[in-house]
Design a protein around this ligand. Structure first.
Ligand code: HGY
Ligand code: MN
Ligand code: MN
Length: 427
């Protein structure tokens, strides 16, 4: 690559302040922090709002323009003096909502690395021709309100507000109610138009798997993401007295649900251990020790890189549930609550990221993401790719989630170099 092409990218990378980035990761993790380094900052919670306010403080310090939208996303924008009027922004970011037993890197790293990369490009004083913008997508995790990916789902047109606002948390609060108080917590923010064009979207994220650490790599380009389907299974029986009701007279929702869960899991497993099948929630109602359960609700998180396999399993699940209902004595229903097909990122953008790895003296490497990300939805209509950084033992969705300062800084440098190059392009 020509010296004159790489110099600006190298300058932007060199302007990344890794210590500031690390300090901000620690500071942001205090919102919902618990134990040594756990984070519980669920979508539209008070902790999520506190994190949003901290991001707004950092944006104000840097003179960035903050905007939001009806889905609760937060956009922090820098328009360089030489930017062509109307030029589409280069967008980077991720999410700051977390799992209930989350860590300080999942999502937050991508937002803060995006902010740090933007500030680095700004500090490098390059003659950019288009704005740079950082986004904190709302409700990526979907742990409190299903489905997840609702912030990016609304911007990309995959989800409408009615569907998003209808979500219900375990305490009976609707997503709409939580979203309204969340938005009211940072009043006066201008709205970002949903259809505003985006030149490219780049998301930095911890790998959440063991590959990079095993390969001795700090960072990599991500070229594909496996598909995800979420299901909700409801088994309906009949509440009865645990002492007086003979087994033969029962419609015990737990007994049917337990057998069904095992049967569905057996359908999904394969010898290569490629299919991912997880029952993360299993609710028994009324949940009283001496009442035969009348209802069980359980979730299934199903993942696979092949859309055909996912579709075939969804069909097999539906048939198995229908057969369980025909066999009686309980009612059984199954519905898909979230569906993100497997995707391939923009090859040219993946190539650019690998070029930046090389520019920064890191090995070229590309890989598939096992985890889902907002970038999956952006990829449908915008040139999109991701940068992964290694995380310790691949642990994530766990308070022990950890990435080294070296990997944290390396990912931000790759991001800064890529943003600079895209921002310098005309037209
Ligand atoms: O579930 C996922 O893959 C992501 O971490 N939300
Ligand atoms: Mn994430
Ligand atoms: Mn996650």
């Amino acid at each position: 690559m020509s010296e004159q092409k790489t110099e600006p990218a190298a300058r932007a990378a060199a302007s990344v302040d890794g210590e500031r980035l690390w300090r901000r990761l620690v500071e942001l993790s205090r919102h919902g922090g618990f134990g040594e380094r756990g984070v519980n900052r669920q979508a539209f919670s008070a902790e999520d709002l506190a994190a949003r306010r901290t991001l707004l403080e950092w944006a104000a310090e840097a003179g960035l323009e903050a905007r939001t939208d009806p889905a609760g996303n937060l956009f922090l924008r820098w328009t360089p003096p030489g930017a062509e009027s109307g030029a589409a922004a280069v967008l980077s970011g991720s999410h700051v909502d977390s799992q209930p037993l989350g860590g300080r890197f999942d999502g937050a790293y991508g937002v803060l690395a995006g902010l740090e990369a933007l500030l680095a490009v700004k500090a490098a004083a390059l003659p950019l021709r288009r704005p740079l913008e950082v986004v904190a997508w709302s409700n990526e995790e979907g742990s409190r309100f299903q489905p997840g990916l609702t912030g990016s789902g609304w911007v990309t047109g995959k989800l409408d507000l009615e569907t998003i606002r209808a979500g219900l948390d375990a305490t009976g609060v609707t997503c709409g109610e939580a979203l309204d108080s969340f938005l009211a917590g940072t009043p006066g923010l201008p709205q970002r138009p949903r259809e505003e064009p985006i030149r490219a979207y780049l998301e930095a994220h911890i790998e959440q798997g063991p590959l990079l650490e095993a390969e001795g790599l700090l960072a990599a380009a991500v070229d594909t993401v496996q598909g995800i389907k979420w299901f909700e299974v409801v088994v309906s029986g009949r509440a009865a007295h645990a002492g007086t009701t003979p087994i033969a007279h029962r419609a015990d929702a737990f007994v049917t649900a337990a057998a069904l869960a095992a049967e569905l899991r057996a359908l999904a497993l394969d010898a290569e251990d490629t299919t991912r099948f997880t029952i993360g929630r299993f609710e028994v109602v009324p949940g009283s020790p001496n009442t035969v359960p009348e209802k069980v609700l359980f979730t299934i998180d199903l993942r696979h890189p092949d859309a055909g396999r996912l579709a075939a399993l969804a069909e097999a699940f539906a048939e198995t549930c229908a057969a369980a209902e025909r066999a009686g004595p309980c009612g059984v229903s199954i519905r898909v609550t979230s569906d993100a097909p497997p995707i391939a990122f923009d090859p040219a953008l993946v190539q650019r990221i690998e070029d930046k790895l090389e520019l920064l003296g890191l090995p070229r490497f590309r890989m598939r993401s096992g985890a889902g990300h907002d970038a999956m939805l952006l990829a449908a209509g915008t040139p999109t790719a991701m940068v992964f950084i290694a995380c310790e033992a691949g642990v994530s969705h766990n308070p022990q989630e950890y990435a080294t300062p070296e990997a944290v800084t390396a990912g931000a440098r790759v991001l800064a170099a890529t943003l600079a190059e895209l921002g310098l392009e005309e037209g």
